[in-house]
Write a protein that binds this ligand. Structure first.
Ligand code: NAG
Length: 363
């Protein structure tokens, strides 16, 4: 059977429309409870669906969000998620939530949710919260803008989809909050972990150039996540350099350069910077196309002896760009150095030094 060109076009349009959704698609039935085993299930968007005849009330129930999480960790905070991974009945329904507990001085460090806007309700304590906009249209005269607020019980604050945000307990008591997300699975990218704690490590040359500092500072930052890890996981380490060698190197550098280390400032000309795109992106090398997933932090670095040229296509008329270094260390106004020192697990002087790199041109 010969298909008409018109019919082909219609199919193509539908196919493109189906892959161009930038948020959870509308639900296709009353419910679609997730099952861990794919056998005898039908795949829709999200997880496999349980046979509706087998669905029970408990599939729609999660218990225990009245209980405080354990905040005994490096950050003094803990998130108890209730998304499709904990509550199967949320599958395809496009919402989820979480409880957040903060000890005094506890922080939920700068992070993004690539797939969801977050509405955040504080019920107990006092939090300092904020988010940073994506890169401005004219970066020569504008910076990534920081919006902050002190929250008190009953306050609701919104963190727009894909933007870097944080919460910091500035009160003398514990703080408790509940967050709602416009996705069954919002995802979380913690900036410090993704940039300085990835496994394997991002090449320090790339990060030194991106953050406009010397490689030793990057080694120092990476060492924080390789030695201590996050959330008290002391077993965590990064591949590339054994823990002891990394610690020894740090000790030598502290002896050589002081603590925190102080180096002369060297400005670089061409910069490959880690950045996150809120929308889809497909990119090509020479005659090669490489796909990138929505919202993930990525970078490109010219390691050749010649110029490199690339073309990128985005699944949006305005994909937006968040350059991590600029958004975190170069926002206007600056993010409180106490917040960043705790988030990056380093002393405030290191944060001052990093912020200075992005402010020297403006002051
Ligand atoms: C909280 O976590 C810490 C560190 O993992 C642990 O030592 C402590 O026993 C935990 N407390 C409770 C009440 O579970």
């Amino acid at each position: 059977m010969k298909m008409s060109f018109g019919l082909c076009s219609i199919f193509l349009v539908f196919w493109l429309a189906s892959i161009a959704y930038a948020s959870d698609p509308s639900q296709l039935q009353d419910f679609c409870v997730a099952v861990p085993d794919a056998k005898n299930a039908v795949f829709v968007n999200g997880k496999f669906c349980k046979n509706p005849n087998m669905v029970v009330s408990d599939d729609f129930l999660f218990q225990g969000l009245n209980k405080a999480g354990n905040t005994s960790n490096n950050l003094g905070s803990v998130v108890t998620p209730v998304n499709v991974n904990q509550l199967e009945g949320l599958n395809t329904l496009g919402v989820s939530m979480a409880r957040l507990d903060f000890a005094p001085n506890g922080i939920n460090p700068p992070h993004t949710h690539p797939r969801a806007t977050e509405a955040f309700l504080l019920v107990e304590g006092t939090l300092y919260v904020g988010f940073v906009t994506s890169n401005p249209a004219d970066p020569t005269t504008q910076k990534n803008k920081l919006f902050t607020k002190y929250l008190h019980p009953g306050d609701v604050f919104v963190f727009p989809q894909g933007l870097i945000h944080f919460q910091f307990n500035v009160g003398k008591t514990n703080a408790v909050a509940f967050a709602s997300f416009g996705s069954q699975n919002p995802g979380t990218i913690t900036v410090a972990n993704a940039v300085f704690g990835s496994d394997p490590k991002i090449n320090p040359d790339v990060l030194a150039k991106a953050f406009q500092v010397e490689k030793n500072i990057i080694d120092y930052l990476q060492a924080q996540f390789c030695r201590k890890g996050y959330g008290g996981k002391s077993f965590f380490h990064c591949t590339g350099m054994p823990i002891k060698a990394s610690a020894d190197k740090l000790t030598r550098e502290i002896e050589k350069f002081g603590y925190p280390p102080v180096f002369p400032v060297v400005k670089d000309e061409e910069i490959a910077v880690p950045e996150a795109k809120p929308e889809d992106e497909n990119e090509g090398g020479q005659n090669q196309a490489g796909g990138k997933f929505k919202g993930l932090i990525h970078f490109q670095f010219n390691v050749g002896k010649t110029n490199a040229v690339a073309f990128a296509s985005f699944g949006s008329q305005n994909p937006g760009t968040i350059t991590v270094a600029n958004a975190v260390f170069g926002s206007d106004p600056k993010i409180n150095p106490d917040v960043l020192a705790k988030a990056f697990q380093v002393e405030k002087n290191i944060i001052d030094y990093l912020q200075a790199q992005f402010w020297s041109n403006y002051n």
